[in-house]
Structure formats: structure tokens, C-alpha cells
Design a protein around this ligand. Structure first.
Ligand SMILES: [Cu+2]
Length: 228
């Protein structure tokens, strides 16, 4: 639950769930260390006595050098594991290519004939009451849920970043380079993101809008797109 909207968005994909779990795990360690240090500092400041081993003690120095190393290893291992899981691409059934432009995104469904479209933000004056201000696009990226999808991203001009927080994605779209990510959406819905690399004047106005739906709807949409 994210009651006061101060934490991460609820997870909508397995990798995002792993990332939130890892974030909580790291926060436990972080809060433990911070409170331990805070307690010892306050204890030392408001204490008239001084420990005669405080200024030079080989044992305590060994302990506070080695224990951070062990803690860092415990953080690094799950972090690397998640990093590799999110780039694992041998299971994917479909490929979507997201190209960044100044200042809109275009999507190519490379497995099907002739499906590519641009996706611009809906300007304020055309906004309907059921659309989201600065987040909705004229052509949404339609994707089926429960299907492993390979997301490729690159850019036509400058560096952009294709980001959808609730799916746990943040990929740099670098010109001349393809970045990939394995996405599996857990449920139907609308997922929003914004370009996350300062890319020029309209950087704030090139949102990403993913509409996730079941496979039959997705197939019908594909057929309609392929007709003309
Ligand atoms: Cu951008």
C-alpha cells in the first residue's frame, strides 16, 4: 500500500516487485545503521566519561572496517541478481521498439507487418475529462498482459529515457545503441511514465502511456492496425 504517495508506485510487473522488495530490504539495513550511529553519537556527546580505548583501538577499527564490507556484499548480491533478471531475454514472445524523438515517442511492433505509430502527448486544450493531464497520449502503446515482451529502445536525435515507474523500467534511449529489457505486465490497466533524460525544450511533454489488455483484445487491435 502506498497511502501517502511518498513511496514507490505499486508494482505491476515481476521485476518491479523484486525491485520494491530490494528497496525495502536495503532500507531496513540503512535505518539500522543510521539509528546505531545516531545513538552512539548522542551517547558520546552527552557523556562526561571518555573511554580510554576510543582514540586507538585496533579491534574496534577492524570491526568497523570489515562489517561494512560484509553488509555491502549482502546488498550487492541481490542487486546484481535483479539487474540480470530484468535483462534476461530468452523467454520473450514479442518485441516492441520504442524510439525517442524530440519530443515524442514512436513505437514499432517489429514482429508484425506495418505497425508503427507516433505517440504524442494530448495537449491541454484537447483533453477530455477521462484523460490524464500531461500523461495521456494520442496513440497509446497497447500491450498484452502475462506475456514476456522484449522492449528495445533507441533514439533518433538526443538521449531520451523510456521510463515507466510502476513496471520498474528506466531505460536510456541512446542514439546509435539499442537497450533491451524483459517486460511482463501482471494485470490490465493504464501505466504512465515520462521521459527521464533532460532532452530539450519539451522534455516534460513526451509522456509514455501503456495500455495493457488481454491477448484477444490485443490481437483484434493488431488486426485493425494491419488492415489499411
Ligand atoms: Cu526525451
Amino acid at each position: 500500500m502506498n497511502t501517502w504517495l511518498i513511496s514507490l508506485q505499486n508494482a505491476n510487473s515481476p521485476s518491479s516487485e523484486l525491485m520494491i522488495f530490494f528497496h525495502d530490504f536495503t532500507m531496513i539495513i540503512l535505518i539500522f545503521i543510521t539509528s546505531l550511529i545516531l545513538f552512539s553519537m548522542i551517547f558520546l556527546i552527552f557523556n562526561k566519561m571518555i573511554n580510554r580505548f576510543l582514540l586507538q583501538g585496533h579491534l574496534i577499527e577492524m570491526i568497523w572496517t570489515i562489517s561494512p564490507m560484509i553488509i555491502l556484499i549482502f546488498i550487492a548480491i541481490p542487486s546484481l541478481k535483479i539487474l540480470y533478471i530484468t535483462e534476461e531475454n530468452h523467454l520473450n514472445k514479442m518485441t516492441i521498439k520504442c524510439m525517442g524523438h524530440q519530443w515524442y515517442w514512436s513505437y514499432e511492433y517489429s514482429d508484425f507487418i506495418n505497425i508503427e505509430f507516433d505517440s504524442y502527448m494530448i495537449p491541454l486544450k484537447d483533453l477530455k475529462s477521462n484523460e490524464f493531464r500531461l500523461l495521456d497520449t494520442d496513440n497509446r502503446c497497447i500491450l498484452p498482459f502475462n506475456l514476456p515482451i522484449r522492449i528495445l529502445t533507441s533514439s533518433i536525435d538526443v538521449i531520451h529515457s523510456w521510463t515507466v515507474p510502476s513496471l520498474g523500467i528506466k531505460m536510456d534511449s541512446t542514439p546509435g545503441r539499442l537497450n533491451q529489457y524483459m517486460l511482463m505486465i501482471n494485470r490490465p490497466g493504464l501505466f504512465f511514465g515520462q521521459c527521464s533524460e533532460i532532452c530539450g525544450m519539451n522534455h516534460s511533454f513526451m509522456p509514455i502511456c501503456i495500455e495493457s489488455t488481454n491477448f484477444i483484445n490485443f490481437k483484434n487491435w493488431l488486426m485493425n492496425m494491419m488492415l489499411p
